[in-house]
Design a protein around this ligand. Structure first.
Ligand code: UTP
Length: 276
């Protein structure tokens, strides 16, 4: 069973300026819960209890969120408002939290490498909390990926079909199906031009990685945009062994973009109203 989920959360979130000038992007709320809360819930549902965060300067709100707020909690203790803290208290009771800092924002690959000291030498999950995923009809996305990992015991990346010019915003894979929704990756390109994309299968912010990725990352040169790309490291892992791509069941909202954020808000508001 995989114990640790890594949350790279050091990015600047420039698409949400000015809000992200003083607030981590991962603390932006969808309804009343910040994005990071949904990510931790998804990891916990998959059986992970060791939540490891790679943060950066100006991201202290993330640590505070997973800690007790004595003054506030004392103030609302015994009132009807106390129930509003139920969800976060449940996460705090069920999980352990650890934090490290990425000092230079050298890309997602570097952020994951920075998290090595929080991950023992075992496979681990990675969740980018600004990709908000939900599966109303069954297992969450990380839990689905865990099942694939338990069967094949190698790195797994979550992919979805993206058509048109949008494909250039993603890491893109191509591969050979070994099951309906599972492919062995044979090519992977970070943010290709539309005409160079090897398929329409885009990687989203969910990974299960085997720990040999750290050694590969230590040798990975900066790639697209001068950043150390996890896609390049995974391509090396795929050419030395096996990396799987999994077409998940459910929905993913790109909450790193304004349109995706608004769409997620409306969607979750609809779900909330339907419950009433
Ligand atoms: P993004 O590409 O969304 O970048 O990073 P960003 O800085 O967060 O947002 P914009 O584009 O400026 O609006 C994808 C994920 O990788 C993390 C981010 O926190 C986000 O979860 N990341 C990226 C790091 O942790 N460190 C980095 O150096 C880069």
């Amino acid at each position: 069973m995989i114990q640790t989920c890594l949350f790279p959360a050091a990015g600047y979130g420039t698409r949400f300026l000015p809000a992200t000038k003083a607030l981590p992007k991962e603390m932006l709320p969808i309804l009343t819960k910040p994005l990071i809360h949904y990510g931790v819930e998804e990891a916990l549902e998959a059986g992970m209890t060791n939540m490891a965060f790679v943060t950066g300067r100006g991201k202290r709100a993330l640590e505070d969120y997973f800690d007790i707020s004595y003054e506030l909690e004392h103030q609302i203790s015994g009132t009807s408002k106390e129930g509003l803290l139920k969800d976060i208290r449940e996460l705090m009771d069920a999980c352990k939290f650890s934090f490290t800092r990425q000092t230079k924002m050298l890309g997602l690959g570097n952020a994951i490498h920075t998290g090595q000291n929080l991950v023992s030498n075992e496979p681990f999950g990675v969740i980018l909390a600004d990709d908000l995923c939900i599966n109303e009809n069954g297992d969450g996305i990380m839990k689905q990926m865990m099942k694939v990992f338990e069967k094949y015991r190698c790195s797994v990346v979550a992919v979805m079909e993206v058509n048109g010019d949008e494909i250039s915003n993603y890491g893109v894979i191509s591969g050979r199906n070994i099951e309906d929704d599972v492919l062995i990756v044979n090519n992977m390109v970070e943010k290709p031009a539309k005409e160079d994309a090897p398929s329409n299968l885009a990687i989203i912010g969910r990974y299960i990685l085997t720990p040999d990725i750290f050694n590969i990352l230590s040798q990975t040169e900066p790639g697209k945009n001068g950043e150390i790309q996890i896609t390049d490291a995974l391509m090396k892992q795929a050419s030395d062994g096996i990396v799987l791509a999994y077409k998940f069941k459910g929905r993913r909202f790109d909450c790193g973009s304004l349109a995706g954020f608004v769409e997620a808000t409306n969607y979750f508001y609809g779900l909330e109203n339907a419950k009433k």
